[in-house]
Design a protein around this ligand. Structure first.
Ligand code: 13P
Length: 385
């Protein structure tokens, strides 16, 4: 028999008892939160943070996640037989950033530190300058990977590294031109082992909140990314319960840390079945329905934008499901209180990478493939795909 961890709540009848959230959705109900926010200290960067959030929340645009660590981009390159050297990484990223019309669909790009100071192929400008000229906001991955063990020995759960000297690093990244940051927390589901454990959820929620506060104090809009990775055979119901619990805990800690929710972006996973579940690429309607339900229950309306990660979904699934979320909301005659869009890595790059395949004379074809996907995501983020 499979035993669901206590922290999952129970499926079906008992699910109502899960402490879903203390966040309210009517203005009346939100008064206590508003009072609390008024008491928040200003950071001196508030106006700029607000302007950055506004740019990252423009309807019909999303973020390109081009911040793969050297190891991760190595895996992507391996799949197309490309050597993982700096010249190739730079060439690839420049190819994406210089694609014609990229600024119509992309509001911001998350960079890995290596790219922050990288020069263009002809050496005349930095990749960051290329982005800024197109009014695309440069952001920076500030975490150092999910490597700190938490929970029970052998369960493989982690907290994310990178808190040491984070304030100084954020200040330096701001000085270099970055205006938002990303910190990825990783949680995994294992129903038999009752994962994610309460310890792992708590540790990661705390780290995300601490990071978010430090970013705001240093002029960077924090992208708060609690990723529940899709590995496993669990069904979509389990994913729904875990996502709800994780997001509830994350907002509990963001509030405790006094993070200004108006000046951040949430980057969650969609509520999908595990990648090893035979339904994983099938039930788009349920994915969209459950994702809407969880986000509406857990994310305060003061958060300006929710920008999904794609998490290994196919390019089609990632855009179709986003599209369905918007369609469902429209059909029920409601609008989302936040911008609901994308911050995809693989779901924007997979076809383009294949088109390039390491042959630089294919750069134009790769750019076309990238823009085609970006356009689909853009339409999906408006429910118009
Ligand atoms: P994927 O869209 O490939 O999941 O990457 C997004 C990301 O930034 C993960 O941290």
């Amino acid at each position: 028999m499979v035993i669901l961890p206590v922290s999952f709540g129970r499926k079906n009848n008992d699910e109502k008892k899960t402490p879903v959230t203390h966040f309210a959705h009517t203005h009346e109900e939100q008064k206590p939160l508003l009072l609390k926010r008024e008491a928040r200290t200003m950071t001196g960067f508030d106006d700029e943070l607000k302007a950055t959030c506004a740019k990252l929340s423009v309807p019909g645009k999303g973020i390109l996640a081009a911040d793969e660590s050297t190891g991760t981009i190595g895996k992507r390159f391996q799949s197309i037989g490309v050597e993982n050297v700096e010249a190739n990484r730079r060439f690839w990223r420049e190819t994406l950033f210089t694609a014609k019309d990229v600024e119509k669909y992309i509001s911001g790009v998350i960079l890995f530190e290596e790219t922050l100071h990288a020069k263009s192929e002809d050496g005349t400008e930095t990749l960051m300058e290329i982005l800024r000229k197109k009014d695309i906001v440069p952001g920076i991955k500030v975490d150092k990977g999910a490597t700190i063990p938490v929970g029970k020995d052998g369960d493989g759960e982690t907290d994310t590294d990178g808190m040491d000297g984070l304030g100084e690093r954020c200040a330096a990244f701001y000085k270099a031109g970055a205006r938002f940051a990303k910190w990825r927390a990783v949680l995994k589901i294992d129903v038999e082992k009752a994962l994610p454990s309460a310890d792992a959820v708590e540790a990661n929620a705390k780290s995300l909140a601490k990071y978010a506060k430090i970013c705001q104090e240093n002029g960077l809009v924090p992208i708060v990314e609690p990723e529940i990775v899709p590995d496993g055979k669990h069904d979509v119901e389990v994913s729904k319960t875990v996502t709800k619990n994780v997001l509830t805990k994350v907002f509990e800690h963001l509030n405790k840390e006094n993070v200004n929710l108006e000046l951040m972006v949430l980057k969650p996973n969609m509520v999908t079945p595990g990648s090893g579940n035979e339904e994983s690429e099938k039930d788009d309607l349920k994915v969209a329905e459950y994702t809407n339900e969880v986000l509406l229950a857990c994310v305060p309306e003061t958060v300006p934008a929710i920008l999904f990660l794609s998490g290994g979904q196919s390019e089609d699934a990632a855009s179709q499901r986003l599209n369905l979320m918007h369609k469902m909301q429209k059909e029920s005659d409601k609008t989302f209180p936040w911008t609901l869009s994308y911050s995809y890595g693989r779901a924007l790059q997979a076809s383009a990478l294949k088109a390039w395949s390491g042959d630089n004379s294919n750069a134009g074809k790769a750019q076309e493939a990238f823009i085609e996907k970006a356009k689909s995501c853009s339409l999906a983020s408006l429910g118009e795909l």
